[in-house]
Design a protein around this ligand. Structure first.
Ligand SMILES: [Zn+2]
Length: 366
């Protein structure tokens, strides 16, 4: 594997979202606009982004949803993301702790939640810490300490005794958990599929709504007012039909509900975009899907939800990096970049084929 680079690198191209051709130099893990004598040129044309971002994936889970069993597996899954040009990840909940990867030279920048905080026997097996209402606050604080800036709260899931989606705990318990996380210095990402939990959680001040299939117009307006982010994971919501098919025989109401939520999701995301809700790219890789699919989510946000290609690039690159706290291609910024042959604003599909990938100042093979 590549080791920390002592070589200075030079890259020339159009640094998006601007239109000008510019020169960048990378020295160690930093970007400078000041020429560095003797720097080796990696690219002298093309379109440059500070890497893509998958703002909702799980490198502590294998595709299909099983927990990993060793930190090297997380490193490997992160490598799949990196090969796709994803140079920053928000891990939205990991059943296997891997804090030692926070500054690993081969791993994309990491924003991590600890383990999912979930209701008892009502979430994916072996993934979350499952707690009763009385333990939610304490657990959230522990998981805030286990992550590096985020906690993940499961806001709703199927309640088999009801036969439909239902809030994970009483709404006031979840609102208190949001306040506890904030007091512990963590931002809160909340998983929601249905309508009831998300309405309360947005108003309780969560930082990001994951999936958000149940958002009403009023919720969307409230998110825009508060600046609450939406990570729609459209590529994951597209699998709701399979979930519904498997549940149909025992839980027909739930199955119908899931199909209805899937069918309205495009219009939810379009309304959020229209209202000015910050939207970010997330795939939920490691839940059901494989890693490395950020570009496919970006294409969906454009084609299915009608976001402009420029807005999608912000959602899946520089905008998402700023949101997560990873500076891009500014003077003194972090030395991460990806070069594309053609302009992704004209066709997002060019993002599938990066010509140069540099992470932490070290060129990588795609
Ligand atoms: Zn997830």
């Amino acid at each position: 594997m590549a080791k920390a680079s002592t070589t200075a690198w030079h890259v020339r191209g159009v640094v998006l979202p601007d239109d000008e051709v510019r020169d960048l130099w990378l020295v160690g893990d930093r970007v400078t606009h000041e020429p560095v004598p003797g720097a080796q040129t990696l690219a002298d044309r093309g379109f440059i982004l500070p890497g893509l971002v998958d703002a909702h994936c799980h490198i502590g889970m294998r595709p299909g949803g099983d927990p990993i069993e060793a930190v090297d597996e997380a490193r490997e899954l992160a490598g799949v993301e990196r090969g796709a040009g994803v140079l920053a990840i928000r891990d939205a909940g990991s059943p296997f702790p891997y804090p030692e990867l926070d500054h690993d030279e081969d791993v994309p920048r990491l924003a991590r939640a600890g383990r999912h905080v979930a209701p008892v026997r009502r979430y994916l097996r072996h993934i979350g810490i499952e707690v009763e209402a009385s333990e939610v606050g304490r657990t959230i604080k522990e998981q805030a300490a286990a992550g590096n800036g985020w906690v993940k709260l499961v806001g709703d899931w199927i309640d088999r005794s009801v036969g439909d989606l239902a809030p994970a705990w009483d709404l006031d318990v979840m609102a208190a958990a949001v306040a506890d996380a904030h007091a512990a210095g963590a931002r809160v990402a909340v998983h929601t599929f249905g309508e009831e939990s998300v309405a309360a959680l947005v108003r309780a001040g969560v930082d990001s709504v994951e999936h958000g299939t149940g958002l009403s117009d009023e919720d969307v307006d409230e998110m825009a007012r508060r600046g609450t982010a939406l990570v729609p994971t459209m590529i994951n919501v597209a699998t709701f039909g399979d979930i519904a098919d498997r549940a149909e025989a025992r839980f027909p109401t739930y199955a119908r509900h899931m199909r209805r939520l899937r069918d309205r999701h495009r219009s939810v995301v379009a309304a959020a975009d229209e209202a000015g809700v910050p939207i970010y790219v997330g795939t939920d890789a490691g839940g059901t899907l494989a890693h490395g699919l950020a570009v496919e989510e970006m294409i969906r946000l454009h084609r299915e939800a009608g976001m402009s290609t420029l807005d999608v690039l912000a959602a899946g690159s520089y905008g998402a990096r700023a949101w997560l706290g990873f500076p891009g291609l500014v003077e003194g910024g972090l030395a991460d970049l990806v070069v594309y042959e053609r302009d992704p604003r004209a066709d997002l599909r060019v993002l599938r084929a990066p010509t140069v990938i540099v992470l932490r100042g070290v060129p990588r093979t795609g």
